[in-house]
Ligand binder design. Structure first.
Ligand SMILES: Cc1ncc(COP(=O)(O)O)c(C=O)c1O
Length: 402
């Protein structure tokens, strides 16, 4: 197995991002395969017992067991870290495994986490239910209110946790200001960057310490595999994350890593084409409904902030149907091109009713406080022709009105 130029950080960091996404991280065997080999192996063997001992001690380079690492994971992690501008990364089995590990790895009973209240349902569950079980205090605040971050800090606050744009309301949080507040108080900022993707927003450039993804979304982008990624600095990885990762078994499966690594070759093209479509869809739906959200729309309340920290407005369009759940269900049932599903970032457009699915685990009162109403539709715009999507949505809206 030869390590190709694609793993040499010195060389690859001089490449343009598009070239990195196609070539960085690649390892090629002596056979010279064009598409990377798939290392579908649970463990690795050693020439000698001394070599096994040395690899376990960390004195010798090399793989030991795929719960700890595997060449397919290394390839994906290298490519993702370069794209994010991070020193290193760890691929996890799911996005939720990434979020959970990024929090639990470094926290102890008695610590405090300050989180934005607008989080993906399972992330809210981590803060509201899981961490307190282990004696970790948590508070959630309105993440758009910088004073609330300042006032929410306690002497034992170790982590700030947020998501921007938020799923599903597209609420935007000022990354740079929140990172500054976290650092002034000795806390780390962990950002769930799923909605923005590393193509449109790089939170580390604005001060985030740890950035997490559900790679299930745009990074696979074709609805095939689950996965997650934690990007961070080497010191935190070695001292905090890796011991947790290897002992708790949250690693990504090699097959999924192989798939995602390959998908990254088209990530930039897909995300930009989806943004083109999303902008057209948002404009067309805004002609029909009062409450339509996408950062390119002038009616989007946080447009300036969104576009100051994101390269483009993203691939999600959110709208409110005034007739509540009944109208939302009629609309969903009338769609003929887009699917009713709960994934996002897929090449196929997906319409979701967060109230009854992805965010149902959050208490009703909290959902309403977050703006997740029974009439809210989250539309993940895919790669179909924009005119077909617009016709599908407008026809379904007409049917839902009848
Ligand atoms: C913002 C956000 N974070 C985390 C996750 C969890 O990812 P996964 O489903 O890969 O565990 C999701 C999934 O929908 C999400 O939308």
């Amino acid at each position: 197995m030869k390590l190709r130029a694609g793993t040499d950080k010195k060389l690859t960091s001089g490449w343009a991002r598009q070239t990195q996404m196609v070539r960085a991280g690649t390892m090629r065997s002596e056979l010279g395969e064009m598409s990377e080999a798939l290392f579908l192996t649970s463990g690795f063997s050693y020439e000698t017992a001394e070599e096994a001992e040395a690899r376990f001690d960390g004195r010798a380079e090399g793989y030991t067991y795929s719960r700890q690492s595997n060449p397919n994971l290394t390839m994906l992690e290298t490519r993702m870290a370069l794209l994010e501008g991070a020193e290193t990364g760890r691929a996890t089995a799911t996005g939720m495994a990434a979020m959970t590990a990024s929090l639990l790895a470094g926290l102890r009973a008695g610590d405090h986490v300050l989180g934005a209240r607008a989080l993906f349902g399972s992330c809210r569950w981590l803060l509201d239910e899981l961490l307190p079980r282990y004696g970790i205090e948590t508070t959630v605040i309105d993440g758009t209110d910088l004073d609330a971050w300042k006032k929410g800090v306690r002497p034992n606050t170790k982590v700030f946790f947020l998501e921007t744009p938020a799923n599903p309301t597209l609420e935007i949080i000022d990354l740079k200001s929140v990172a500054d507040i976290a650092h002034e108080n000795g806390a780390k900022l962990v950002v769930d960057n799923v909605f923005a993707t590393p193509i449109l927003q790089r939170p580390m450039e604005m001060g985030a310490d740890i950035v997490c993804y559900s790679t299930t979304k745009h990074i696979d982008g074709q609805g095939r595999c689950l996965g997650g990624m934690i990007l961070c600095d080497k010191e935190w990885d070695e001292e905090v994350l890796f011991p947790f990762y290897r002992h708790t078994g949250c690693a990504m499966a090699p097959f999924n890593a192989w798939m995602m690594h390959k998908s990254m070759e088209t990530l930039n093209l897909r995300v930009h084409a989806m943004c083109d479509n999303a902008e057209k869809v948002a404009a067309a739906v805004a002609d029909k409904l009062d409450d339509v959200r996408h950062p390119v729309l002038d009616s989007f309340k946080q447009q300036n902030l969104a576009l100051s920290q994101m390269d483009r407005g993203g691939t999600m369009v959110v709208f409110e149907l005034p007739g509540g759940r009944d109208q939302a269900f009629k609309f969903l049932n009338a769609l003929e091109v887009a699917d009713i599903s709960n994934n996002l970032g897929d090449s196929r457009s997906i319409a979701t009713h967060p109230w009854s699915t992805t965010h149902k685990a959050i208490a009703e009162e909290t959902r309403l406080e977050l703006g997740i109403t029974p009439g809210l539709i989250r539309f993940s715009v895919g790669l179909e022709d924009a005119n077909d999507l617009i016709a599908d949505i407008l026809t379904a809206l007409d049917k839902a009105e009848a």
